[in-house]
Design a protein around this ligand. Structure first.
Ligand SMILES: Cc1ncc(COP(=O)(O)O)c(C=O)c1O
Length: 472
């Protein structure tokens, strides 16, 4: 019989076993909510559950969660988990403290500060500022808030009075800017979409035109976000040219590098972010390309002290005491009061790999992406949808009829089989697979099996459809 005192070593053991095995296991069959509700007892009871019962719950939780640690997980912009990231996460949990003040989180505060300094230097900012956020979406929202409070300082106190604030993002930008515009009271209608070229990169000439029109009708355009690594195509907006326009129209220039920010570490591929040192701020998720574990999201800015002046308000009566170390408190710069010390897992991973290790990892991913593209071109059944800019490989199973539905069906069958977990996207009315090359151990064997499975299922569904049509 399991007792409360043995539960932690046992949990540690099953987590460790899961971590070691998962890499070589399939992703697991997807289940619908009702199936899971039948398999797992979610009810909180009046009486306490005993250790044995809770341990079973934990084992089942591991079993019923899709395996994202395998190279076969290609569904999102992350896959796999560096062992030092896991170690850092465990240490963060076991120390259970908050980043609000230096006195309760001296180590967490300094680890985050030093990491942000290092990241800022990679961008080209010697005296920047930054904070970790609860996700890339949240970091994008921080960029809007900071920019708004800098450009219109009265809004912080008075609210958004009679001003039509306008922000520009490309039509391929992440949806988080619309969410942020909603949260900040800017409004969805004030998010103006800039056209992208056939590669999914923002058209600077359209930005210029939109900014001019906006000013001419009395609006207050104040912000533009370029994307470094778009969510679907993995494209990079031309930062240099967007910067010229942002200067001309006095726009805050933010780079959403949630996906592609890590490319800064690669001397071979860094050119994708040319001009980044000139922008005002940047989002960077290291849990994506570097594998530091969710969530590892950073908001970085070249404007030192701007986070504190934008976000600081209240708490002096009970938490932010006057003292010689008060300036080290990160709470006043944050949107949160209690905040997890997420930096440790990133810092440990980065220390373990060094800048050089990360550069090698990223260069290998780019090389694997080229292999994936070449393999697709060799299959007559598959069609490459876009020339890859980075690690997103967009392709579909060919069909003369109902191609969108067919590809959606193939994905569904793949997920039911439970070997691969890969996403599908629809852009300009065309549906296709979006393969993400991000797991450091992903190799040609995984890709060969993925493409073969897609072709096998595509052929099978086509046959089934033809058979049904013959019968009717
Ligand atoms: C370009 C881009 N920005 C922002 C985000 C949001 O990041 P997060 O999932 O960390 O909130 C994503 C997510 O995939 C993204 O692709």
């Amino acid at each position: 019989m399991k007792s409360d005192s043995t539960v932690l070593p046992d949990v540690f053991r099953i987590c460790f076993e899961h971590y070691n095995k998962a890499k070589n296991l399939p992703t697991g069959k997807i289940k619908n909510p009702n199936e899971i509700l039948r398999e797992f007892d979610f009810e909180i009871k009046k009486n306490p559950a005993d250790a044995a019962e809770l341990f079973k719950d934990m084992q089942l939780y591991l079993k019923l969660t899709p395996n994202t640690l395998t190279p076969n997980f290609q569904n999102q912009l992350f896959s796999g988990l560096n062992q030092y990231a896991l170690a850092g996460d465990w240490l963060t949990s076991v120390t259970n403290t908050t980043m609000a003040t230096f006195e309760v989180s001296p180590m967490g505060t300094l680890v985050e500060k030093k990491l942000i300094e290092h990241m800022n230097r990679l961008v080209g900012w010697e005296n920047g500022d930054g904070t970790m956020a609860t996700g890339g979406s949240n970091a994008n929202m921080i960029s809007l808030l900071v920019a708004r409070n800098k450009m219109f300082p009265e809004i912080k106190k008075e609210g958004q009075l009679n001003k039509r604030l306008i922000i520009f993002v490309s039509e391929d930008a992440h949806y988080s800017f619309e969410k942020a515009a909603n949260i900040l009271g800017i409004g969805l209608d004030q998010v103006k979409k800039i056209k992208t070229n056939p590669n999914g990169e923002m058209e600077p000439s359209h930005l210029e035109e939109m900014a001019r029109v906006s000013l001419s009708v009395g609006e207050c355009p104040f912000f533009v976000a370029a994307t470094a690594g778009t969510t679907v195509l993995g494209s990079f907006d031309p930062i240099d040219r967007i910067h010229e326009i942002s200067k001309k129209f006095n726009l805050w220039l933010h780079v959403d590098g949630a996906w592609g920010g890590s490319v800064l570490l690669s001397s071979r591929h860094r050119h994708h972010l040319k001009g980044i040192e000139n922008v005002d701020s940047m989002t960077w998720d290291t849990h994506k390309m570097i594998g530091t574990g969710l969530m590892s999201s950073f908001f970085l800015t070249k404007h030192n002290g701007i986070l504190r002046s934008s976000h600081n308000h209240g708490g002096e009566d009970y938490i932010f005491h006057e003292s010689e170390i008060a300036e080290w408190d990160s709470g006043p710069s944050s949107l949160q009061c209690g905040r997890r010390s997420d930096a440790l897992k990133v810092w440990l991973t980065w220390r373990s790999l060094g800048d050089i290790g990360i550069e090698i990892q990223i260069d290998n991913l780019f090389a694997m992406a080229i292999k994936a593209k070449e393999m697709i071109l060799e299959y007559k059944e598959l069609e490459l949808m876009y020339e890859p800019s980075s690690l997103n490989i967009c392709f579909r199973y060919r069909s003369v009829s109902d191609v969108n539905t067919l590809n959606k069906k193939i994905r569904h069958r793949l997920l039911e089989e439970g070997i691969f977990f890969i996403n599908i996207a629809t852009r300009k009315k065309e549906t296709f697979f979006r393969l993400i090359i991000v797991h450091p151990d992903l190799n040609e064997t995984h890709l060969y099996k993925l493409f073969s499975d897609i072709i096998r299922l595509g052929n099978k569904i086509k046959e089934e459809t033809e058979f049904c049509m013959l019968k009717t």
